[in-house]
Design a protein around this ligand. Structure first.
Ligand code: SF4
Length: 154
């Protein structure tokens, strides 16, 4: 269950903003409502990192103890993802948020599970670049899939 005290940082695509790699959104009714009521602030780390809409699909790839981000054309997008993650953290700190609701399995926003870097739909344990940075900064991160049914009530 989400805490209603203070602003919540949310993935912009969950708020109905068409910022996904394919130019679409992943609107979630509760997240849209939180934003419309002024209780949540949408951010898209990939766009904040300078990536365009649309853009090639990206996945996380393990590189020793670190993760890098490779797009489906083989281009390394790690720097843009890290820049966007820092910008998302800056927004979170500016608005004083302690909670974030982020898009499941995204290489930026995923938390707990992400795609494995093979572009085959397989999932592995791990966090997206932005979600990981936010969590390490002390922000309580959850995905839209962890919202309890009771969160849909006022
Ligand atoms: Fe949505 Fe996050 Fe991907 Fe932006 S980076 S499209 S907010 S999942």
């Amino acid at each position: 269950m989400i805490e209603r005290n203070g602003l919540v940082l949310v993935s912009a695509c969950l708020a109905g903003i068409s910022c996904r790699y394919d130019g679409k959104h992943s609107a979630h009714p509760l997240v849209e409502r939180l934003v419309s009521q002024g209780q949540a602030v949408p951010v898209c780390p990939e766009v904040l990192g300078g990536l365009p809409i649309p853009r090639a699909c990206c996945e996380l790839v393990r590189d020793g103890s670190k993760s890098k981000v490779i797009d489906q054309e083989g281009t390394d997008r790690t720097a843009a993802f890290e820049k966007g993650a820092q910008s998302a953290l800056a927004v979170a700190r500016a608005i004083g948020c302690r909670h974030a609701i982020l898009k499941a399995r995204s290489p930026s926003c995923g938390f707990g599970q992400v795609y494995d870097g093979t572009f085959c739909g397989r999932q592995v344990s791990g966090n997206g670049i932005a979600a990981d940075l936010l969590a390490r900064a002390g922000i309580q991160v959850m995905t839209e899939e962890q919202l309890a049914p009771s969160d849909n009530h006022d």
